[in-house]
Design a protein around this ligand. Structure first.
Ligand SMILES: C[S@@+](CC[C@H](N)C(=O)[O-])C[C@H]1O[C@@H](n2cnc3c(N)ncnc32)[C@H](O)[C@@H]1O
Length: 254
């Protein structure tokens, strides 16, 4: 633990402390056989984020309660989940038993994964490493893990949204006001949270992916339907209909 980077230590304490709040949402996602992505729960039939995963070796980077891996296992993939929070992994293990879907779970940092080079076909993250790990560490690590031709897919808050997000949850959802600088975006800390997040500007994402050995295939901006609802207080459907609140990067290892 003491040899972990400072943000990883802080995020471990944070996620262990909030893990109980993620059990029921995790169960709802484990119960669905079709993937439903992000805070708007957009079905895979609309979002079309996944390739045919049958027979693929997959790593989920920051798997939390493990539901993304459970969806992939049901489609014939061989997932491995890594997560930094022992308590989140306890929940994931409970769901594996409850739903009868087993796959390996590793306690660790997605920036430094204890698996060999070129051993996987797909690396995926939905609000895991995608926003909680330092991209300058976890993106090159994903490149190391993937076989040539392997795919990286990650989903998190959009850069647009991060510019408009409220400083404090009590301030209410994002408005049309830009609240912070675009240039220099990287590490984010909130006054009412003890955790650390990471978000980059678009040019920085492109340069980082390319310099790590990826070819960028797509960047999908998820748009919810008009009357969509989310349990998260920081954005409304009205906002997310006008500007992207979530984005998905798809890249292929050269
Ligand atoms: C919101 S959950 C993501 C899982 C799931 N897709 C979801 O949306 O609930 C975020 C997870 O990222 C994990 N995480 C944070 N930093 C990490 C790191 N450096 N390496 C691996 N996992 C990390 C946390 O422990 C937490 O379980």
């Amino acid at each position: 633990m003491s040899d972990l980077p400072e943000h990883v230590r802080r995020n471990r304490a944070h996620w262990d402390s909030v893990a109980d709040e993620w059990v029921e949402p995790g169960r709802l996602n484990w119960q669905q056989s079709e993937p439903h992505w992000g805070i708007w729960q957009i079905p895979e039939s609309e979002a079309q984020l996944l390739p045919d995963v049958y027979g693929l070796d997959v790593i989920e980077l920051g798997c939390g309660t493990g539901y993304v891996s459970s969806w992939l296992a049901r489609r014939g993939a061989r997932p491995v989940g890594i997560d930094n929070s022992p308590r989140q992994l306890e929940t994931a293990r409970g769901f594996q038993e409850e739903f009868g879907i087993e796959f390996p779970l590793i306690l660790g940092n997605a920036e430094d994964v204890p698996l060999p080079d070129a051993s996987l076909d797909l690396a995926i993250s939905e609000y895991g490493a995608a926003i909680w790990a330092d991209p300058y560490r976890w993106i090159p690590e994903a490149a190391r893990l993937l076989r040539p031709g392997g795919q990286l897919i990650f989903l998190g808050n959009s850069t647009f949204f991060m510019l408009c997000a409220p400083d404090l949850e009590v301030e209410g959802p994002a408005t049309d006001r830009i609240r912070r600088n675009y240039f220099g975006m990287h590490r984010f800390e909130w006054a009412d949270e003890d955790s650390v997040e990471f978000h980059l500007g678009y040019g920085d994402w492109i340069r980082l992916l390319r310099s790590s050995g990826f070819e960028i295939e797509d960047m999908v901006e998820l748009r919810p339907p008009a009357h969509a609802a989310t349990r998260f207080p920081w954005v409304t459907a009205e906002w997310a209909r006008r500007w992207p609140s979530e984005e998905v990067w798809k890249a292929r290892k050269k």
